[in-house]
Write a protein that binds this ligand. Structure first.
Ligand code: IVH
Length: 335
């Protein structure tokens, strides 16, 4: 194959793979079989080895870079990453809706309910269509630059079809399946198992070896867009991010009133247990971005959002037995 032919084939393969990733993580659709995907990916990787002159950092093969170790320098946030006021009481949700209605009383309000994934918040920055940085929340003003590790997440597109600078905020989290798999391996190696998926996510993001991060298969779901894109509502922002190939937080359609909001809160109290990842509550947000702006924020949290959390399910149990497992290397682990 001539160099120009190889270049055009490489471009074609990258576009096809990126389109498949975007459809899978954005819209939740498979546009090809896994086998077809693997075949195209292998073809691309082979061509890039033959023609290293065409390698780019946004190629789907470059999620784990060469010889990279994570450095975790501090990075300032462009806008503070706030947290949300929490409540466990339906009455407080009611009071919040009334307050919001009074403050933003320029017409009817609509709300959006979203799942609150239990992971670690992160901000992804894109510029000229390429992922350029991923930063943890940190103290809200400065976070850790975990770009090399976040690049390994399959649900984070390395390139998007949008040239202007843009920031996407969302949650990095671990599925229960990944958590169980990692703990089985740690136990087998005689190491202490991880406590819960949220701690496991935080620990994984700080690993020094991106290849090891890739094997732990973290996920990312977006819930905030900071950009010059001219959208009017939060729901439009979610659709916009989904269109870029990002996975967005599971959410409701527009909720018109407090009854619809409380219904959403109650429905997910039990339904969350059918999901393959940890959810510790729901977040209710004002849909109109103009109304969000008018409501503004306190030093700590925006007035346009409230988190309704579910009590963590702890119960007293009886310890019946302890068995001692023998690992491959002869290490004894009490289970
Ligand atoms: S919105 C300013 N939406 O919960 C509001 N947060 O304190 C920005 N979280 O730090 C956050 N799911 O890590 C939002 N659908 C969701 C979320 C969500 C999880 C986390 C986030 C935030 C914390 C709330």
């Amino acid at each position: 194959m001539t160099a120009p032919d190889a270049k055009s084939r490489i471009d074609k393969l990258r576009t096809t793979i990126q389109t498949a990733d975007a459809a899978y993580y954005g819209a939740g659709e498979s546009i090809m079989t896994d086998a077809e995907y693997d075949r195209l990916y292998a073809e691309l990787a082979a061509l890039e080895i033959k023609h290293p002159e065409f390698l780019t950092s946004t190629s789907p093969t470059q999620r784990v870079g060469n010889d990279q170790t994570a450095a975790f320098t501090k990075a300032p946030h462009r806008r503070p990453m706030l947290s949300i006021d929490n409540t466990y009481a339906a009455d407080e949700v009611r009071a919040w809706v009334e307050r919001v209605q009074k403050t933003a009383a320029d017409g009817p309000l609509a709300f959006v309910g979203e799942l609150k994934m239990d992971g670690v918040a992160a901000a992804l920055r894109y510029d000229r269509g390429a992922l350029v940085a991923a930063i943890t929340r940190g103290d809200g003003v400065t976070g850790d630059d975990v770009t090399v590790n976040v690049r390994t997440l399959k649900s984070v597109p390395l390139s998007i079809n949008y040239a202007a600078p843009l920031e996407v905020r969302g949650e990095v989290f671990m599925s229960f399946a990944a958590f169980a798999r990692i703990n089985a391996a740690l136990t087998e190696e005689g190491q202490r198992p991880l406590q819960n998926p949220r701690n496991a996510t935080a620990g994984t993001l700080k690993l020094l070896d991106p290849a090891q991060v890739a094997r732990r298969t973290l996920s990312f779901s977006a819930y905030t867009l900071l950009s010059e894109a001219h959208t009017a509502t939060h729901l439009e922002n979610l659709a916009f991010m989904q269109g870029l190939g990002l996975q967005v937080a599971l959410h409701s359609p527009a909720l018109p009133d407090v009854d619809a909001i409380l219904d959403f809160c109650e429905t997910w109290r039990t339904r969350r247990h059918t999901l393959p990842f940890p959810v510790d509550g729901v977040v209710i947000k004002v849909n109109s971005l103009a109304q969000q702006e008018r409501l503004g924020a306190t030093a700590k949290s925006p007035r346009w959002a409230i988190a309704y959390k579910y009590e963590s399910e702890r119960a007293e149990t009886v310890l019946r037995d302890i068995t001692v497992q023998v690992g491959r290397t002869g290490v004894l682990t009490p289970v």
